[in-house]
Design a protein around this ligand. Sequence first.
Ligand SMILES: NC(=O)c1ccc[n+]([C@@H]2O[C@H](COP(=O)([O-])OP(=O)(O)OC[C@H]3O[C@@H](n4cnc5c(N)ncnc54)[C@H](OP(=O)(O)O)[C@@H]3O)[C@@H](O)[C@H]2O)c1
Length: 250
Amino acid sequence: MELTNHKILIVGASSGIGQATAIDLAKKGAKLVLIARSEDKLKEVLESCEGSGHSYFAVDVKNEKELDDAISSSVKDTGEPFSGFVYSAGQEGTIPLKFVKSDFLTNILQVNTIPALLITKILQKKGNFSSEGGSIIFISSVMGNLGQPAKAAYCMSKGGLVAASKALALELASKKIRVNCISPGMVTTEMSSKILDSISEENIKEIKKMHPLGIGEVEDVVSGITFLISDKSKWITGIDLLIDGGYSAQ
Ligand SMILES: NC(=O)c1ccc[n+]([C@@H]2O[C@H](COP(=O)([O-])OP(=O)(O)OC[C@H]3O[C@@H](n4cnc5c(N)ncnc54)[C@H](OP(=O)(O)O)[C@@H]3O)[C@@H](O)[C@H]2O)c1
């Protein structure tokens, strides 16, 4: 898949799915702008990306003004609008309902859900996005489709992305901007390792059993992202692509 002439914004690019997405899209010729909080990690990711002209901004996604400044300055400095956006920033959250506080709910939405919409809005400002259209992908989760005890807040944040992407797909279709979600099952990353480190052997066995094809690798998700970013998927919008080793087939 050829991605030259594509300028892609990847938010949550310093590790896991976002990092692997950056490496793959760069290999295919895309020019990248990477965002996350950790400057050191972003630098490392950038150094492992093929090609030239990539850049990064260390920004917390809770800071709308800094997101706007980063996106606008990238467009101004390079004269090139974006043609794609992948929202992979996220945090996990497993708390039984009786311990859930309003701050926790607000915080998980402020990281997992709200910035995806605000960045999509910023990209609609004049000159920020290609007039020929492009592709936007929100990384949701099987948990945006299905439930699990103690996951109500995380499920809410991920289900919100799926619902919002469908509405945005309709709102932005006239600009030829496609908006889709990808909902992974468990794949090996920093986030999933933290989960697996904090639970019993018995629970780990249960999680593995829920994935008929076994726990996935980031590359399994990245191949879906690369396809949905590319023009090969030019007639696909408003879908939620489940890449979950069979988790949701049960
Ligand atoms: N791994 C899985 O099994 C799995 C399954 C289903 C869905 N997902 C979803 O896939 C996405 C990526 O997950 P992952 O496993 O790749 O996780 P990860 O390795 O922990 O990466 C999360 C990314 O989000 C960034 N991030 C977190 N909070 C941020 C903030 N406030 N501001 C800016 N960036 C922030 C992190 O960067 P900094 O820390 O540098 O800010 C990092 O780049 C998440 O949305 C997750 O919910 C993952």
